[in-house]
Design a protein around this ligand. Structure first.
Ligand SMILES: Nc1ncnc2c1ncn2[C@@H]1O[C@H](COP(=O)(O)OP(=O)(O)O)[C@@H](O)[C@H]1O
Ligand SMILES: [Mg+2]
Length: 446
């Protein structure tokens, strides 16, 4: 992309309505525009990041054996009357009436609809286990939408639903979700810690939230610092191996990690002083086993091996895709702007031409641009007639992790400058070598 032809409406002024860094930076970098409280347009730069996150979530869900589909945003109220939630959900549900007087709603989640799909098409244990998911817009009429896309009213969420014959199989589905979520966050350059969450009126303790540590998080969290050393890395995971998947979950759930809702001071205080950490956290996902809560009232049953009709065991599992854009920025920024992790960056490298209009400099930039594109990378080329300082400031603000600077002085020696946004360190090298370096850097991310 050439900046002169792009739509990147960066703001000079810091917007006064934004209270936290990610919201300020998303507005300043021209990623989003608020249309009304808690509802945003995703401008081209923001949309690119949203798509990258969505793509990672898809890849990791499919790797875990979960099946993508798409359900509508608008739902008939009758389905929710069957589960009893039409009355229980309260004011967060946006209720709509169509021209025929039928009650509709903008879906805040999809348990009822997926259960309806299941009961229409599945009748035998032979069709189990089954996990279906979609990534779709949701609406919750939050009383206090705030922090930009972090707590929106309309937001983009991955929600998946498992259907299993019994508790053990459903727990394997639960574990698969935990591991695939950990892998997804890691690919996004984030550490999200699974924490025992409050299961509310349903009972049992089979729910975990995933929290990214950040001062601006809405939850208070308590954890054993040992958990922050854990990484999945590039280990091979066989999602069909129940024991292997359970062992990974055990590794991540053994060190103490709780939100204020489930915090147990006695257990926490038993940890050595230096490992006892308190912080704030942003919830970027939650997994949930709820048994037959929906399958029983809605008649989602199958015939088991003995021919008995049994209600299926279910769970639901969500990742806040649009919230993640904000959470990643909270965890990756400095006073100049965003610093995208390589896994989600909207552009892989920025090209800054210090002497726009100079035939030689322009040609060198065009060559670099073409070489990056043919290496499968997406460059952002600042080809505007601007001074160097302004070009650097734009690249820093929008957070491109690697910048290639092309200037007359370097060109005399046949070199360009490759600069890391994160460390600020630069090295001079031949343009071909800069392309090779970037190819290596992004090898695991394309
Ligand atoms: N209002 C919102 N704006 C943006 N993301 C949200 C919002 N509400 C929930 N999410 C995201 O969707 C994920 C799954 O939703 P869920 O656990 O049902 O939400 P909650 O914990 O708020 O009830 C959450 O972990 C969070 O990342
Ligand atoms: Mg939640």
């Amino acid at each position: 992309m050439r900046l002169s032809r792009y739509f990147l409406p960066v703001l000079k002024e810091t917007p006064s309505e934004a209270q936290i860094a990610s919201h300020r930076l998303m507005l300043r970098a021209g990623m989003i525009k608020q249309q009304t409280a808690g509802i945003y347009s995703w401008l081209p730069l923001g949309f690119k990041v949203l798509r990258r996150i969505e793509q990672i979530v898809h890849e990791e869900q499919i790797r875990a054996g979960h099946i993508p589909m798409l359900m509508p945003t608008l739902q008939p109220a009758d389905l929710w009357r069957e589960s009893g939630r039409y009355d229980d959900y309260g004011e967060e549900m946006l209720r709509i009436r169509d021209r025929h007087g039928r009650d509709m709603l903008y879906g805040p989640t999809n348990e009822e609809m997926i259960t309806d799909i299941f009961r229409a098409h599945v009748g035998s244990y032979k069709d189990l286990p089954l996990t279906l998911y979609h990534i779709q817009w949701k609406f919750r009429d939050e009383i206090r939408p705030r922090f930009g896309v972090m707590r929106g009213r309309e937001f983009f969420m991955k929600d998946g639903y498992n259907f299993d014959l019994d508790y053990e199989s459903a727990m394997h589905a639960y574990n698969r979700h935990m591991v695939s979520y950990l892998r997804s966050y890691e690919r996004m350059g984030l550490q999200a810690i699974p924490m025992r969450a409050d299961s509310g009126p349903i009972g049992g303790d089979d729910t975990h939230e995933f929290l990214v540590l950040a001062d601006t998080g809405e939850s208070e969290v308590f954890y054993d610092s040992a958990i922050t050393d854990l990484r999945l890395g590039d280990r091979e995971i066989d999602y069909d191996d129940w024991d292997e998947v359970a062992a990974i979950c055990k590794e991540w759930t053994t060190p103490y990690a709780r939100t204020d809702e489930t915090h147990d001071a006695a257990q926490f205080d038993a940890l050595p002083d230096e490992r006892r950490k308190t912080s704030r956290g942003i919830e970027v996902g939650q997994i949930f086993y709820f048994g037959t809560k929906y399958s029983e009232p809605m008649g989602a049953t199958v015939q088991d091996r003995e021919g008995n009709k049994v209600a299926v065991h279910m769970g639901s599992h969500g990742i806040g895709v649009s919230r993640l854009v904000g959470a990643i920025i909270e965890a990756n920024h400095d006073d100049k702007g965003i610093i995208w992790p390589e896994g989600v960056t909207p552009f892989h490298a920025g090209i800054v031409n210090l002497k726009q209009g100079d035939a030689e400099a322009d040609a060198a930039c065009e060559d670099l641009y073409a070489a990056l594109v043919s290496a499968g990378l997406e460059p952002l080329y600042d080809d505007r007639e601007e001074r160097a300082g302004a070009k650097f400031a734009t690249m820093d603000l929008v957070g491109v992790p690697w910048r290639i600077t092309v200037g007359p002085r370097g060109m005399k020696n046949g070199v360009v400058e490759l600069t890391s946004r994160r460390s600020g360190e630069s090295e001079e090298l031949a343009p071909e070598l800069a392309v090779t370096r970037l190819k290596e850097i992004y090898a695991g991310h394309l």
